[in-house]
Each structure stands twice: as structure tokens, then as C-alpha cells.
Write a protein that binds this ligand. Sequence first.
Ligand code: FCB
Length: 495
Amino acid sequence: MSGSESESESVPPQHPAAFPSAFPSAFLWGAATSAYQIEGAAREGGRTPSIWDTFSHTPGRTAGGEHGDIAVDHYHRYREDVALMADLGLNAYRFSVSWPRVQPTGRGPAVQVGLDFYRRLVDVLLARGIKPAITLYHWDLPQELEDAGGWPERETAYRFAEYAQLVGEALGDRVEQWITLNEPWCSAFLGYGSGVHAPGRTDPVAALRAAHHLNLAHGLATSALRSVMPARNSVALSLNSAVVRPFSRDPADLAAVRKIDDLANGIFHGPVLHGAYPDTLTAATAGLTDWSFVQDGDPAAIHQPLDALGLNYYTPALVSGPAEDGAAGGPRADGHGASAHSPWPGADDVVFHQTPGERTEMGWTIDPSGLYDLITRYAREAPGLALYVTENGAAYDDKPDPDGRVHDPERIAYLHGHLSAVRRALADGADVRGYYLWSLLDNFEWAYGYEKRFGAVYVDYGTLERTPKSSARWYGQAARTGVLPGVGDVGGGGA
Ligand code: FCB
């Protein structure tokens, strides 16, 4: 692509021919899931409750009181789920290991039954030519560790490193791609700030402490994994770095962007990629904490060389400075649910605006240019680091037609637009190695319960029967050919 295009220019989804069409032949075409959202089998094999079991069984925390006790029963149906991916033509799968399935109390030796489940899953994936990518933490902290203080306590970072080492020892011989944490922003700021996620606490200082201890956990786990795994394996972190845009060029709006960018992005990529928290972040939160929980040696422990960075993207944010009348900003709704408490410590005056444009069932504006901006930003922020889109996708109100087929043209258009943005970033020199669609299956969407369907594969929650949607066939064709089909073409083959 010519370098004359501005970063924020939107990707025209209808004109794929405007971009070089084929993706690199080694590109990974994957799907992503997480343990609590799909596995079920909540009390099997010695598994004990995680914070999400406790939270979802607490009245009023999730839509309809829904929980992951059974979820989509992937624990028992993993062979069928792997076969679905193989039949579609996917060559990669990102899943998470349930910490309380492998180390129920968050301490001590690993439970063999738990490890065996993941070993079987990996072996079935490898036998079908699908490259596994393990996420060690996708939000299901053993409840016992939360009872001991959770992520605001330093000890939790040491516990995580030990757990990471146990899983690395067991599976490092057959899994090459490792991700320590999924979206630590959500764990810290939705879990301990706005409280819309488990464990549902609403303490801004606890949220900042949690963010630091998640960073420390990432750094210690990276070292622990490297100490037990073959050198060829790749260690990464998946961030939901925000694409933050100013409402206007007004200095107050640009200052609002700085604040949110620090709290969403710099708080993680600062120490992880550059070895320090941004000064603007510590200054903006000085009224809440002096950051004395950052101990000598922590920046070095966190600043481990990484092999790759995972980027999760759904929608951009549009912010402005304080309202003229002095009214406080928000958001009270942060995309994963509404709360009276802000997930942005020290930035209560920032106003969040709805980005114009069409929205998905989550109310998230569809804007593929945000994915292009995110990738190219991190290509500059972390030169030399391989990048993966570790999550991207959309929820729609999918329903089977009278023949039992599920047509989801909106999701095809969403995927087409976002994969075109990835292709454009590649053409502009970004080292993007793969894309994981969120999600393989309809699943438990956290505080929203089962009401939001993100799957490329439809799940009937009565029978747990799986039906690939037309988007799954479209995506499978892209994966098999390395070229995006047109939006009206769901192609042949597939499921
Ligand atoms: C991400 C989460 C994932 C799912 C999607 C929609 O923030 O990592 O589990 O909830 O959003």
C-alpha cells in the first residue's frame, strides 16, 4: 500500500481487490475460546471453584443468573469441536487452561487428571494439523487465592508463576505457542474497579495494585516457562489495548486520550515492553496511590523479552475531556456491562462517547480501521516482535432457519472488514503472523450469560448440538485458500 493513506482512514470492506489479496502462506487462521466460557464440567476431576464460579452463582451478577457449570460441555465434546475446526480448514486454535482444574487451591502439585485433559486436547489438535496456542490465565482465578486477597496481593503473582511452570513442564514438549495472560486490563479494572467481572470488587486502588501484580505475574511466569520449556517455544501476552480517539482536537480532549491510553495500554505495555510505568500514569493516579507496591526489582522482573504480542480488538473508544457543566464522565458501561463504579481510576472526569456507525449485538461500533491502527501502532511500539490478533469477532442474534441452517451475513461482513484491515497492515510492513476469530463456539459471555452469541459455530443450548454458521464456512474458505472470499460468497466445502 502507498504510505500516503492516513492511519485512521477506514478500510473499505467492499473492495478487497484494492489490497494484495493473498495472506502469507504460513499465516495462522485460528479460532479462540477460554476455559470457563466453554468447558463446563465444573466439578469434575477435582476442579474447585474459580472466582467466576463464585461470581456467577451470586444473585444479580450475571444475566439471568447464568453460569459456566455446563457451558457448552467442551470438556466432554472436545473431540467433536476439534473435528469441526479441522473440517472447516482452520490451522490454529487458542484455548485457555483452567487454573482450578490443574491446581485447585492455587498451590501445590498439579492434578494429573486436569493436565491429562489438556494433553488429550493438544494431541487431538496436533493429529488434525491444528497448532495449539495456550493461554494460561483467562480470568478463572482459584477462589482460594481470591480469599487470600486475589490480584491486589503480591503473593498471587508468585502463585501464578508456579502454576505456569507446572503447565509448561507438562505441555511444553508439544505446545509451541504460549500466552501468559488474557487481557489483564479486564482482570484488574473490571474485576476490582467497576466490579462487573469476578470477583466483583469496586476499589480503584485495589484495581491499580491488581494491574501491577498481573504484570509481575506475567514477567515471573515468562521466566518460569522459559526455564522448563524448549527454547523454540514462543511466549506472549494478549492485551486488549484500546484504540482511543479524541472527540476533537481540543487540548482537553487530547488530555483525556492520554489518560485513557495510559490506563488501558501504557499501564501494561509500559513495564512489559519498555521496563517502566508511564510518568503520566503515576502522576494522574497520584491522588489515589503512591505506587509503593512496586518493589525494587519488579520492573526488571516484568520486562522480559517476549517472542510475540497478542492483540485483542473489538471496537475503538471515543473520549473527551470534562463536560462543560462539570458533570462526571464515565463510562459506567464499559462494553462488558454497566456499573455505578468506574473502571478508570483517576480518570472519572473523562467522557466516553458512542462512536458513530453500525453496531453489533454488544452495542460495539464496527470499525475495522481501529484494528489497522492498533496493529500498526504496536508494529512501531515493539519493532521486531511478532504480532497476532488473538481475538476479534462479533455477537449477533443468530437463529437457525426452518431448515436448521444459521445464516449470519453480518458476521461475514465483520470478518471481511477486519481481515482486510489485517491484510492492509501486513502490506504496510506489520509482522502479523495469525488471526484468531473470537469465538469458535457460542458460549458463556461473562456478565451477559448466554445471551450474546459470538460463535462461528451455533450452539443449541437445549441439546448442545453444534451447527457451523455460514460465517464458519466463509472463514474456513479463507483459511484453506489464504484469500478472503467475497462477502456474498460462503464458498463450498467446510462443514
Ligand atoms: C474479550 C474476552 C473474551 C470475550 C470477548 C467478547 O474481552 O477476552 O473472553 O468475552 O471479549
